[in-house]
Design a protein around this ligand. Sequence first.
Ligand SMILES: *Cc1c(COP(=O)(O)O)cnc(C)c1O
Length: 377
Amino acid sequence: MRTEARVDLAAIRHNVGALAERAAAGAGVMAVVKADGYGHGLVPTARAAVQGGASWLGVAFLEEALALRAAHIDGPVLAWLTTPGEDLRPAVAAGVDLGVYSRAELADAAAAGRTTGVTARVQLKVDTGLSRGGAPTADWPDLCEAAAKAEAEGGLKVTGVWSHFAFADGGPDHPTNSRQAAVFREALAVAAAAGLQPEVRHLANSAATLTAPETHYDLVRPGLAVYGLSPVPQLGGPSAFGLRPAMTLASTVALTKRVPAGSGVSYLHRYVTADDTTLALVPLGYADGIPRSATNVAEVQLAGTRRTIAGTVCMDQFVLDVGADDVHAGDEVLLFGSGAGGEPTAQDWADWLGTINYEIVTRVGARVPRTYLQEER
Ligand SMILES: *Cc1c(COP(=O)(O)O)cnc(C)c1O
């Protein structure tokens, strides 16, 4: 295969098991598989997560939840981001829990419950300080009252109350975390006073799953850690938390050629050969998720050696200067992986490019086939 993102499903099963072990007593795992399983492939990843012990799956959008259902993944699923006018009925009919942030969304969910004849399962989200989704605390009592009323009228059930942290890679000691946890405790009390009895209360992302057991409640909600990457690289890499990176991005040298010293390489000649040398062409580019900002910066492993990308990353290809090394068309190029064989990791790429490991794996493009190792049926 020219290029592939190899996904080790045994690593995903292992990581979910490790997260379940980290979870406080009584807390289950909602594995977050949004964004095509953080680039690893939605359905294979979701299956592996369930096999590894996830009792819930979490996604952002309704289509993602319905794609799980279409693949006969029938366990509890929460989808948390809808816009006005979206048809909620298929998701309600499929037993997908809906994240609800406002009275308008609550009314839409109740209407979908009435028209489908299937009780709409909703999970109310309170904004504890991220200032993104969720009801502001000022509106929370009103939302809870309205939800209790809708429950009494039938067609809708509040299955969950939840929130989301603002700090992941900022570190577990950031004071915002404990402030948000306190606001969440108050919000739970408000929900209880309104008569709501949610099945699940949840707050913890990957970082809090690994470092803040007091925030685990009934479910932890990790995404990144499921894929074996560290959400707190400043505290330790994956192995420090018993995690194994699941994805290896590999390609193949398409062509090698000798060029003289002083040859300008790739668009804009941002790399110029110092000596007579061999160039190797790698058929992956920014359309495949290799950022153009990796130009002259990021490293890959080829023939046992790390090499920095030589010149501009193009849409479909980039070039390596391999000197006098014994490199040939057809040789394997490793962009990132677990690092066990000396190849870079997604964290290395994040560090080189000034971003986070989340973005490196999620942006691997649709043109890159995902292949699966250690599939369990
Ligand atoms: C993406 C997301 C998660 C998972 O976050 P990680 O940092 O990847 O663990 C959990 N909850 C919500 C609401 C999210 O959007």
